[in-house]
Design a protein around this ligand. Structure first.
Ligand code: PLP
Ligand code: SF4
Length: 358
């Protein structure tokens, strides 16, 4: 039986680990992240208060999101990610992923809060299951960046376990079902948990004999590379179960700067690292962008895994690329790259036994 150490349970009246010592480097960086659209533009040399910038924004059809939208899903961009954008370029593919637009409050037919059927798939608190053999844990509600196209932007995170002892029912559920051979740490971003919490939760899962693999779905090695520390690698490579990491980059420009080092460190530690991307209008819906992304990934030993057709979540319609265009791009991509460098173009259709190949 897997259970959390007594010490954590004994402290149940305090938020576990709230009193841990020093914040780590990545936590300090996060505290300094950019938290408004205006600030984001200013940092790229585009002051929304000056007339010339206003004209530029108007020509580009850019109007920032309203306060209500921003209250529900605020801006969050680490400096390290900002550093990979080109100053003055309103079409920058990294900026486009994080700049909150007025379009987000437009309701568009077919775009709904839970497009992928997450709520239907909730098996117990913190645990989603859609596919045979693997369950997904909503291990953290937080992320190191807020991607404006996020498919879980409306997820009811408040109902999921926070304190460590709240995970006990989930652990019991997994321990009681020997058909579960893989546990996927997701969220939010599971690496937003500090090392102590992550270690505790992972070790509890690792003690369940039928769990063969522990997978992490995380964008942090891409957007906040300082999260990939020696301590983290030691933890991930110390489990009985096989660790697998699936990172999330959408454009080749993301695979630059410190991110290159973080990915190389992960790959060289022996952890299989895969990438999933989302096909996004105005970001990567062209052949050159997709080719550059895949090449930069494989040159670091990171295998392109999935290219997702956008999930039709409310507020994200302006990111949707035509499916036919996606299919055409995939064909052209396959003609340019080695077979292993071509991701699978998939869509998540609720009720299907796996992600559907397009
Ligand atoms: C996408 C997803 C998975 C992982 O699917 P794979 O095809 O194994 O990568 C697992 N569980 C849920 C709920 C998912 O949405
Ligand atoms: S990192 Fe993932 S879960 Fe977090 S905002 Fe981006 S897409 Fe959503």
């Amino acid at each position: 039986m897997s259970s959390l150490p007594e010490a954590f349970l004994a402290n149940s009246h305090v938020s576990a680990f709230s009193h841990t010592s020093q914040p780590a480097g990545w936590q300090r960086e996060l505290a300094q992240a950019i938290r408004s659209g205006e600030e984001l533009l200013r940092r790229l040399g585009l002051n929304p208060a000056d007339l010339q910038t206003q004209q530029l924004l108007e020509t580009a059809g850019i109007q920032l999101a309203d306060p209500e939208t921003l209250r529900r899903f605020p801006v969050l961009v680490p400096e390290n990610f900002l550093a990979r954008m080109t100053p003055g370029n309103l079409r920058d593919p990294l900026l486009r992923q994080v700049l909150p637009l007025a379009h987000e409050s437009h309701s568009v037919e077919g775009f709904v809060p839970d497009a992928v059927g997450d709520l239907e798939a909730r098996r117990t608190a913190g645990v989603l299951q859609k596919y045979a053999g693997r369950v997904l844990l909503i291990a953290s509600s937080a992320c190191a960046i807020h991607c404006r196209y996020c498919f879980r932007r409306d997820y009811p995170y408040a109902e999921e376990p926070r304190r460590l002892q709240d995970w006990q029912p989930a652990l019991d559920e997994i321990a009681g079902d020997s058909s579960i051979t893989e546990v996927i740490f997701s969220g939010g971003d599971p690496l937003m948990l500090n090392d102590a919490r992550l270690q505790t939760l992972c070790c509890a899962i690792d003690q369940i004999p039928h769990v063969e693999r522990i997978r992490f779905h995380t964008r942090m090695p891409i957007v906040l590379p300082s999260r990939v520390t020696t301590e983290l690698i030691a933890m991930l490579t110390g489990f009985r179960a096989q660790p697998i990491m699936v990172v999330h980059a959408n454009h080749g420009n993301e695979i630059a700067g410190d991110c290159v080092h973080a990915l190389r460190t992960l790959v060289r530690s022996g952890i299989p690292v895969l990438n999933q991307a989302v096909l996004l209008a105005g970001v990567n819906d062209n052949l050159d962008a997709l080719e550059a992304l895949c090449r930069r990934l494989i040159n670091l030993g990171v295998m392109p895994y999935y290219l997702h057709q956008l999930d039709r979540v409310s507020g994200t319609a302006h990111f949707e690329a035509n499916r036919e265009l996606g299919l055409q791009l995939m064909q052209q991509l396959a003609a340019r790259l080695p077979g292993y460098a071509v991701p699978r173009f998939v869509q998540e259709i609720p009720g299907q036994p796996n992600k559907t190949a397009l």
